[in-house]
Design a protein around this ligand. Structure first.
Ligand code: PLP
Length: 453
């Protein structure tokens, strides 16, 4: 029997958790030994655990709670819609008002080439939709041999078969027979690891030309699309040089291949622009989104379909044999509408661009004086600290030391959540963060670094 939520102790939650709940991306047995930290409530940018500890959430949940916790407008939108019409599907020539309203709004806030949207339940499903849609697009155009999608190593595009195949995570590819056929990878634009012998700008152009090399290797008439995150998030907040994306755009244009921007993390203001592609000056044909569309209050994802693809799919494609029960879920979409209105009302995109982003950048500059920090970079309200063994030579800690994990251990103990990716400590705090809260986060970060020394 399940006991009342309010009367259960932390140990009791941990026991039941270990007994029944298989967590994502988790070594089940080791978590069962340690016990989960049980998070029980949240407000603004803070979480509280079952022991009453207050924690500053510098990861916005999982890159998603962009408007912060406890926003009444989102709670009201969900409650109203749950009462009125919690669910009806969009199959069989029916529609409900919320996805129509959200589609309209999305077409307003995305770049001008986007006038259509396909809804999914998550970012992974969005990227599965991308794979099916770009292949279908070329089929309809009479070029069925164009099947290959080029992605990048260390990219993260989700956990479904197609999403994980598009992703470039070696550990994921090692399980379950991935990648699926027709998906190939090039190196990532990670200057510190791959290009330090040249300037960032030169490296950006070199890294983009790895795409051209791959297109020529595969055969230009076989390549359907290139997909990339404007800034690689889960890979460690890898911010590309300014020269990278314009060169990628030039190459895609030259060979006529579709450009897909995975905006699951970078969308909805994270970079100080509505979408990351705008920050880097590229004009994608398709854009995957999720997370920030509802600020994570309820699951929702989708694909913005640019005019180039939409025209073909609509006018010549016939039935697109693809969709999900929750494509256009009314309650999720009602929250999406309230969330986008709130982002506008609060001026969050401008806040990140003009105030919070520059303040975070300044904070990261000051952190560069710490003996452990070899590099510190930000883009809007996301950032990464590279922890190095030797600041002069730039020598990294060997991966097995797990220095980031040590640092993260101190974070939790000191009331801060940031994430460790190898030697990189990464963060993406809620966009509502004030400059005073950024300073508070800075003090917590410095304390964690000092304890890691
Ligand atoms: N794409 C990117 C860039 C992501 O960061 C993620 C998740 O972190 C996904 C896709 C997958 O989204 P979801 O976990 O909602 O399936």
């Amino acid at each position: 029997t399940v006991t009342s939520r309010t009367t259960r102790s932390t140990a009791d939650w941990q026991r039941a958790d270990a007994a029944h709940f298989l967590h994502p991306f988790t070594d089940f047995q080791s978590l069962a030994r340690k016990g989960s930290r049980i998070i029980t409530r949240a407000d603004n940018i803070y979480l509280w655990d079952s022991e009453g500890h207050k924690i500053l959430d510098a990861m916005s949940g999982l890159w998603c709670v962009n408007v912060g916790y406890g926003q009444q407008a989102l709670i009201d939108a969900a409650t109203r819609q749950l009462r009125e019409l919690p669910f009806y599907n969009a199959f069989f020539q029916t529609a409900t008002p919320p996805p129509i309203e959200l589609a309209e709004l999305l077409c307003e806030v995305t770049p001008p080439q986007f006038n259509h949207v396909f809804f999914t339940g998550s970012g992974s499903e969005g990227n599965d939709t991308v794979v099916r849609m770009v292949r279908r697009y070329w089929d309809v155009l009479g070029q069925p041999q164009r099947q290959v999608i080029i992605s990048r190593k260390n990219a993260y595009h989700g956990s479904t078969m197609a999403g994980a195949s598009l992703g470039g995570m070696a550990a994921m590819h090692a399980q379950g027979g991935l990648p699926i056929p027709g998906i190939v990878h090039i190196e990532q634009p990670y200057w510190y690891a791959l290009g330090r012998s040249m300037s960032r700008d030169d490296f950006g152009r070199v890294a983009a030309r790895w795409l051209e090399d791959k297109i020529l290797e595969v055969g230009p008439d076989k390549v359907a699309a290139f997909i990339g995150e404007p800034v690689q998030g889960a890979g460690g907040v890898i911010i590309p040089p300014e020269t990278y994306w314009p060169e990628i755009q030039r190459i895609c244009d030259q060979y006529g291949i579709l450009l897909v921007s995975d905006e699951v993390i970078c969308g909805f203001g994270r970079t100080g622009h509505w979408f990351g592609c705008e920050r880097f000056g590229v004009r994608p044909d398709l854009m995957t989104f999720a997370k920030g569309v509802t600020s994570g209050y309820i699951p929702l994802g989708g694909v913005m379909v640019g005019d180039r693809v939409a025209t073909v799919m609509i006018e010549q494609g016939g039935e697109f044999e693809h969709g999900y029960t929750y494509s256009g879920h009314p309650t999720a979409c009602a929250v999406g509408v309230a969330n986008i209105r709130l982002i506008r009302e609060l001026g969050l995109v401008q806040h990140v661009r003009d105030t919070a982003g520059p303040h975070l950048a300044k904070l990261f500059e000051t952190l560069k004086d710490h003996p452990l920090v070899g590099d510190a970079e930000t883009c809007g309200l996301m950032g990464a600290l590279l922890l190095v063994k030797n600041k002069v030579t730039g020598e990294l800690f060997p991966d097995e030391v797990g220095i980031g994990m040590v640092c993260r251990g101190h974070c939790f103990g000191n009331g801060l959540i940031m994430r460790a990716v190898g030697n990189r400590m990464i963060m993406a705090p809620p966009l509502v963060m004030t400059t005073a809260q950024i300073d508070e986060m800075g003090s917590l970060i410095r304390r964690c670094l000092d304890l890691t020394l």
